[in-house]
Design a binder for this molecule. Structure first.
Ligand code: RTP
Ligand code: MG
Length: 140
């Protein structure tokens, strides 16, 4: 498997509890390199655009409000099989179902406030990275 890039967000529930460093430690321990990172505060419209794929779901309004409620840390992670590897490090969407040692098992509050986002496929990873970062900001 070749070197891949994936897009990550450390969500408001985690930044609010000062968990950015603890989450980054798990990312780095898994062999993923943080090649870009910045702290931003999304507007509800930006959060809505980012999660547009879920706009018909009942939790969409709540999700957009949550993502815009506090600053987030957006990141680009690089490594072998990075997309699947990061999904593994994150754990299941619902922390109650997440495996031991995963970010969501250790830090998530609930299925909605679940500490991190990670891209689910190469196409979405490329789109998400391009939405939040300029090419010059990616320092591999
Ligand atoms: P993400 O996109 O954030 O990496 O999470 P995911 O793939 O594990 O989960 P997904 O199904 O794509 O859902 C996106 C985010 O919506 C919130 N959610 N809330 N209350 C609920 O039932 C519910 N279901 C999903 C979570 O923040 C989830 O990560
Ligand atoms: Mg998803």
């Amino acid at each position: 498997m070749a070197i891949q890039r994936t897009f990550s967000i450390i969500k408001p529930d985690a930044t609010k509890r000062n968990l950015t460093g603890a989450i980054n430690a798990k990312i780095e321990a898994a062999g993923l390199r943080i090649i870009a990172q910045k702290r931003i505060h999304m507007t509800p419209a930006q959060a809505g655009h980012f999660y547009a794929v879920h706009k018909e779901r009942p939790f969409y309004g709540e999700l957009c409000e949550f993502m815009a409620s506090e600053p987030v840390v957006v990141q680009v992670l690089e490594g072998e099989n990075a997309i699947a590897k990061y999904r593994e490090v994150m754990g299941a969407t619902d922390p109650a179902e997440a495996a031991a040692g995963t970010i969501r098992k250790d830090f998530a509050v609930s299925k909605g406030e679940n500490s991190v986002h990670g891209s689910d496929a190469p196409e979405t990873a490329a789109e998400e990275i391009a939405y939040f970062f300029a090419g010059l900001e990616l320092v591999g």
